[in-house]
Design a protein around this ligand. Structure first.
Ligand SMILES: [Zn+2]
Length: 670
């Protein structure tokens, strides 16, 4: 049988031929592509020719092209439109892909060629971009342990395998503890709760097989319960159970797992020659070092803590007026803060919703991209993987730039959340390849489709990632688009959200679905003012978690992580009425895998940059300033990972970002 995934795609813009691909094609195509990538890699390793940039590094870029192409289609479908066949294939492929990647970094002949090139790098006559790709290749092999002796390499493999088991166990324990606890509510305990919380509590009760409504530890139920329940005794019981997740003793306790994880990470870093796991982890990030991260977090901590203490005094007064004496506690904050919010920022979600029509918000995102970068969007009629997916051709001055797919509606087969991925990345090696980029969201389907304000922000956010792909202009695919440091990758997306907040954009595009009228100015003003409410609390709960994460991964691993956490909180004078956003036994970002370990700060790092970068536009007096947009494209949106992130940012802004714009944006500036 001919497999369309393995043929040339003779379609408009080389789109995947969705009309002829069936699920039966994916398994054989992925197997064939993995075999081809392995054969390509081995051919490079075993060639008798002395190593050159072309026959080694460029050849590696080419060796997995088919795999990129097939996997690009498959993994998008597996996330956006799953079915049992695709899920089974995904489980089957994960170990094969990770085996291919370790085979590559463990291949000593290949490593020898890369090291030879690296040692001779100054005499190879490489372009800046080539030098960068060589450095990144050499670094990723080194970080994987290619340069170690065989005993150390074996130990590293053992450590990584054990860390993977610990990460999975941590997550499973946490889920078990979250599922295992619930609190029965009597009918009179529902007093004061809004209808949607009551409905959620009743649904949770049915799901748990309880006689009546219950509160569970699911964030979407416990947070509104803590916000709205006037019953202090019940709030206290729920909050304490929530804070104790993963620390209840028994089989599902995560504290010993956290300790072992930290010890093995320290060992991993030491084997590879780093001072600490944080030093190892941050080497590839824009922040670069633990000191830079701590410096940033502490600059934000002081004003955030001051704001939180001032807010705590107001909330304490409200609590005393309710007849409750004593100190404001973590189970009181959300309740009194919600009361205060209703007084100060009365926002009626139902009145807002008709102003955010999906089609108008797509048009707004396109309109801003047109004004900033001259991009034009034309609907494209081609077979897609699902009837809800829409496609546009993206051009500039008549030149083809990209294909953009929007897959906006929720459905059972789609995983939750929102994301942007490239089915095909931009590159210029062997001729220009333009990207195919997809934004996937989970908006409720209705007619007309209406969004919440948060949904509209998500749409702009993902479109910012899409611009990073669509405007990419580099030679090598491995550094194109969003192939940048983790603490830099959210800059284009978070930055783009700022254009949605502009009154001129909302006046033009936030039109009432029935009357076509723009949003009244007072509603618009209240919407924008509400964005900074309770930022002292939100910043404190986040930064405290980020500082504990950083401390854990510097120096010797703590034998008792809970004691180390307490020491950090005491040192920074954590306000008593605020809990960490994620305490250690439930800190899945840090312990359920490596992703955000010593990198939980990166959300705030990106926010510092997006606030500072948007200020560059504001300083000109025109949020669509052409010169600033040109620099944004030249140094950030088109540049991918072709240079270090700090060099790219400095080229755009003339300096590194400061925290002033973030503090102002969060309402924490003096
Ligand atoms: Zn993002």
């Amino acid at each position: 049988m001919t497999n369309p995934l393995l043929q040339d795609w003779i379609t408009p813009f080389g789109l995947p031929p969705f009309g002829t691909i069936t699920d039966a094609h994916f398994g054989p195509a992925l197997e064939a592509a993995i075999d081809q990538a392995r054969a390509g890699m081995l051919a490079i390793a075993e060639t008798p020719e002395p190593p050159t940039f072309a026959n080694t590094i460029e050849a590696l870029e080419r060796s997995d092209r088919l795999l990129d192409r097939v996997a690009g289609v498959f993994f998008n479908l597996a996330g956006a439109d799953a079915n049992p066949t695709r899920e089974a294939l995904q489980r089957d492929m994960a170990p094969k892909l990770s085996a291919l990647s370790s085979e590559m970094t463990n291949n000593q002949a290949l490593w020898g060629r890369i090291r030879t090139l690296w040692d001779a790098r100054d005499s190879l006559g490489l372009s800046d971009e080539q030098a960068r790709v060589l450095m990144l290749t050499h670094r990723s092999f080194t970080r994987a342990g290619a340069a170690l002796g065989s005993a150390d390499r074996d130990r590293l493999t053992e450590v990584k395998a054990r860390l993977a088991v610990l990460g999975t166990t941590f997550m499973q324990n946490l889920l078990a503890e979250e599922r295992g606890w619930f609190m029965d509510l009597a009918e009179e305990d529902l007093d004061g709760l809004p209808d949607f919380v009551i409905a959620a509590a009743r649904a949770a009760g049915r799901e748990k097989g309880a006689d009546g409504p219950v509160v569970t530890l699911s964030r979407s139920l416990i947070v509104p319960f803590l916000q709205f329940s006037p019953r202090r005794d019940l709030r206290k019981k729920a909050q304490k159970a929530w804070a104790a997740r993963g620390a209840n003793g028994g089989d599902t306790d995560n504290r010993a797992i956290a300790a072992e994880t930290l010890a093995l990470r320290a060992e991993r870093a030491a084997l590879l020659g780093y001072d600490s796991f944080a030093a190892y982890k941050l080497e590839t990030e824009m922040a670069g070092s633990p000191d830079n991260v701590r410096d940033l977090l502490m600059q934000v901590w002081a004003p955030a803590r001051a704001q939180a203490e001032a807010d705590a005094a107001i909330l304490t007064t409200m609590m005393q007026a309710d007849g409750v004496n004593g100190d404001l506690a973590p189970w009181d904050w959300r309740y009194y803060s919600e009361k205060r919010r209703r007084v100060e920022h009365d926002l009626d979600e139902a009145a807002l919703k008709p102003y955010f029509q999906l089609d108008r918000m797509i048009a707004a995102a396109f309109d801003c991209a047109n004004r900033l970068f001259g991009l034009e969007f034309t609907p494209l009629d081609a077979p897609m993987y699902h009837a809800d997916v829409r496609a546009w051709e993206v051009t500039r001055n008549g030149r083809h730039m990209a294909v953009f797919l929007g897959d906006y509606f929720a459905r059972g087969s789609k995983r939750s959340g929102a994301w942007c991925s490239a089915m095909r990345s931009q590159s210029k090696l062997d001729g220009e390849t333009r990207p195919i980029v997809v934004n996937v969201c989970n908006f409720a389907k209705s007619d007309p489709a209406l969004l919440s304000y948060d949904d509209a922000r998500t749409l702009f956010h993902e479109f910012g990632h899409a611009l990073h792909q669509m405007l990419s202009d580099v030679t090598y695919g491995s550094i194109s688009g969003t192939s940048v440091a983790r603490d830099f990758v959210e800059l284009p997306s978070q930055l783009y959200e700022h254009w949605l907040d502009l009154p001129q954009v909302l006046e033009k595009h936030a039109l009432h679905a029935e009357t076509g009228q723009p949003m009244p100015p007072d509603l618009l003003a209240r919407l924008l003012a509400a964005q900074t409410y309770d930022m002292g609390f939100q910043t404190v709960e986040y930064v405290a978690s980020a500082l504990v994460d950083l401390d854990f991964h510097e120096g010797a691993a703590p034998a008792d992580p809970m004691a180390a956490q307490a020491a950090t909180l005491a040192r920074i004078k954590m306000p008593a009425a605020i809990a960490m956003r994620h305490a250690t036994p439930q800190f899945a970002h840090v312990f359920a895998g490596d992703g955000y370990s010593s990198s939980y700060y990166s959300y705030m790092w990106s926010e510092v940059m997006d606030a500072d970068a948007f200020q560059a536009f504001e300083e000109t007096g025109d949020p669509f300033d052409a010169e600033t947009a040109k620099r944004l494209e030249a140094f950030i949106l088109s540049a991918g990972g072709s240079q270090e992130a700090d060099a790219l940012y400095t080229a755009f802004r003339g300096r590194m970002p400061g925290v002033d714009a973030l503090l102002k944006g969060r309402g924490l500036a003096d």
